[in-house]
Write a protein that binds this ligand. Structure first.
Ligand code: COA
Length: 347
């Protein structure tokens, strides 16, 4: 009989073998590279232990569900939450209820069950479990060069025509604007970012607690991606940050604005951070900047700064268990702060 149990270090080989079978060997190698950081070194792990479940059958591992625990702030009141990641069941054992058992174990064990970028199989599974419907996280793009508006599915001559036609819009959107406050690159988040979080936490009806310990783990220490971080400073205080990286994609170079924080009332501060990222993206030769942002206020400022909303948002799943929330909590997500940096979407 298969049984669900917490992960133990001696399960590692079985988990890796299952990962290879379900996701392929390249994805398995990439996961092995991240695993220790992603699951063992998370500063929010309860009792310091990875919050990962496996399905055992004899000595074999036939299912797995990992999580990334976080402190989740609901308007400043904190509960424990965990992003669900790397759900997998051995191919010959799928569609027999094991995945649902794993998801239910996670849901029962956490104050908030959180998911982002769901797959074709996990999305109907969450629906079956009556997870609340929540809006997906909108994506935004800021074109910087005429190559920014290429569509991967279209042939190059058509793309050239689109580029030529949209060039005037790109030129207006990509205008260089001067910086109005101090932004500086940093290599680590110091304690002043704890103060920033304490000041702004209650602005967001839902957001992962972005304190220094979390930010250093998430954006400074990962072994698989290298981020740049810029801090917004005023009078020695940290008033915001932006986390970004540049990447080469098939149709051009892109700067990903992965995460950011500022007071939602500090329009100038956030605009200043955006301008810093613009300058960095230009210097790196990027054709565009891409970002995902749930918060309406931040998105409004981004639109004023030359960003356009994209067609494909990031699917989001949220179920609050630790405290009661009214049904309308899930309906209006305009004050939630969720970005590509949440969970393990940026790999
Ligand atoms: C996602 C996964 C772990 C689910 O495990 P499972 O044991 O097959 O799931 P269950 O048998 O408990 O299925 C429960 C429900 O999930 C949904 N579901 C599961 N697999 C599905 C699929 N391939 N397509 C559509 N819906 C699916 C269905 O609603 C299903 O209920 P039903 O069988 O009554 O229709 C498994 O399909 C898997 O390993 N998929 C490949 C890897 C993957 O995509 N992981 C998710 C990454 S976010």
């Amino acid at each position: 009989m298969p049984e669900i149990d917490r992960y133990r270090p001696e399960d590692q080989r079985g988990v890796e073998a299952l990962y290879r079978r379900v996701f392929g060997s390249d994805a398995a190698a990439a996961s092995r590279f991240r695993w220790d950081w992603q699951y063992r070194r998370n500063p929010n792990n309860p009792g310091g232990q990875p919050l990962v479940w496996v399905v055992r059958e004899g000595t074999a591992i036939i299912g797995h569900y990992a999580t990334m625990p976080v402190r989740l702030s609901l308007g400043g009141k904190e509960i424990d939450g965990a992003w669900g990641t790397d759900a997998m069941v051995a191919p010959e054992r799928q569609r027999r209820g094991l995945g649902e058992e794993l998801f239910r174990t996670w849901d029962r064990s956490v104050g908030a069950a959180l998911g982002i970028g769901l797959s074709d199989s996990s999305s109907p599974l969450l629906k079956k479990m009556h997870f609340p419907d929540v809006a997906a996280v909108p994506g935004l793009v800021k074109p910087l060069t005429r190559r920014a508006v290429r569509v991967p599915q279209l042939p190059m001559p058509v793309n050239r025509l689109i580029s030529a036609l949209t060039l005037p819009i790109v030129r207006v959107a990509a205008r260089v604007r001067p910086l109005r406050a101090d932004v500086e690159p940093i290599r680590r988040f110091d304690a002043t970012f704890n103060d920033l979080w304490e000041r702004v936490a209650d602005r967001f009806e839902l957001a992962v607690r972005r304190d220094a310990a979390y930010l250093n783990w998430k954006y400074i220490e990962p072994p698989h991606v290298r981020y740049s971080v810029a801090a917004l400073k005023r009078d020695g205080r940290s008033e915001g940050y932006a986390v970004y990286r540049h990447a080469q994609e098939p149709r051009g170079r892109v700067t990903l604005l992965v995460d950011f924080l500022a007071d939602t009332h500090d329009d100038i501060g956030f605009k200043t951070l955006l301008r810093w990222v613009d300058a960095e993206a230009r210097q790196a030769g990027s054709d565009k900047i891409r970002c995902y942002a749930a918060h309406l206020g931040f998105r409004r400022i981004m639109r004023h700064s030359g960003y356009f909303q994209m067609r494909h948002p990031l699917a989001l799943a949220v179920k609050i268990n630790a405290v009661g929330v009214p049904a309308k909590f899930y309906k209006n997500t305009d004050d939630w702060h969720v970005t590509l940096g949440d969970s393990d979407q940026d790999r």
